[in-house]
Design a protein. Structure first.
Length: 304
């Protein structure tokens, strides 16, 4: 699972692939009609509800997944896909990307959904693993979400209802592009970072097995910065486990801007609408007076 520590957090601009807030209740929310995708109001939160079905007239597992058309999204440059999932059983959730519109699949990634009947935040890593199993840059046209993978477990769980929300690409961005799209030592002068910047670890899958995966967006950012970089503005980026040592070692005179005013404003708004506040495990929080890290309006925020 992703490791989080108390840190300064701000509102962040990420690549949102799907969010129920701007969808019409009772619509399909833009998903393909495979498992009765329906936008519902779940205790004040609009999200997608899918129900796994059998399909005796064709591919028998076709209706055991939720499929979202994507268009051109640079998975490789942003690396991490996150989403919130609620299901009645603890189980691995598999995501797969259809490549090039030809029905061929990119390698799948799994994440454990461990808290039954509660919202879980799942993270899928697409930039790690052998080159043969990494996701291509922008040739991924459809995202498939398999709550019970695509084997026998899928048909064994026909009738199960799954809830999905807040599907995002997560990572550090400069000028609207994922940080991995930039060459090392290429960012000079004043650099403005959006998205998220953090450190942590979780389990990732490739070659059909689980691998512990660590990530450090601060070290990655240091590698992309040129020694001539003069200013680093991360005030619009979500941040956790802050560690500026690698950046300061490379650019000792760099000015790092970490204005907290946006986080304070977000927190005040959230206190007026506690229904939009969740713990890191995905549970709705009624009282955010205690110190800690919260998901406020889909963004990680720290209360000190």
């Amino acid at each position: 699972m992703m490791a989080m520590a108390v840190a300064t957090m701000t509102a962040s601009a990420q690549v949102v692939l799907w969010n129920g807030d701007d969808k019409e209740v009772n619509s399909d929310g833009g998903f393909w009609n495979r498992s009765d995708p329906t936008v519902v109001d779940d205790d004040g939160n609009k999200c997608l509800k899918v129900t796994l079905k059998a399909n005796p007239d064709g591919w028998d597992k076709e209706h055991c997944n939720a499929a979202l058309p994507l268009g051109d999204v640079d998975f490789k440059a942003l690396r991490r896909l996150t989403m919130r999932v609620k299901m009645s059983l603890n189980h691995n959730v598999l995501v797969k990307l259809v490549k090039d519109g030809d029905g061929g699949y990119a390698t799948g990634r799994w994440f454990w959904c461990g808290d039954a009947d509660q919202w879980n935040i799942l993270t899928f890593e697409f930039a790690a693993g052998p080159d043969s199993e990494k996701i291509t840059d922008t040739a991924n046209t459809v995202l498939e979400i398999w709550p019970f993978e695509d084997g026998g477990d899928a048909l064994a769980n026909v009738g199960q209802t799954i809830y999905i929300d807040d599907i995002k690409m997560e990572g550090s961005m400069v000028a609207g592009k994922g940080l991995l799209a930039y060459a090392d030592n290429s960012l000079s002068g004043e650099v403005v970072v959006t998205g998220v910047v953090g450190k942590g670890s979780y389990q990732c899958t490739w070659n059909g097995d689980w691998h512990p995966e660590a990530y450090d967006d601060y070290a990655l950012l240091a590698a992309k910065l040129a020694p001539t970089a003069t200013k680093l503005d991360v005030s619009a980026a979500g941040r956790w486990d802050e560690d500026w040592s690698a950046i300061k070692a490379k650019c000792p005179d760099i000015e790092i801007i970490t204005d907290e005013s946006t986080a304070v404003q977000t927190l005040r708004l959230a206190r007026r609408d506690a229904a939009r506040v969740f713990s890191l495990s995905g549970q709705r929080v009624a009282d955010i007076s205690a110190k800690g890290v919260y998901i406020i309006d889909g963004k990680k925020t720290v209360v000190k």
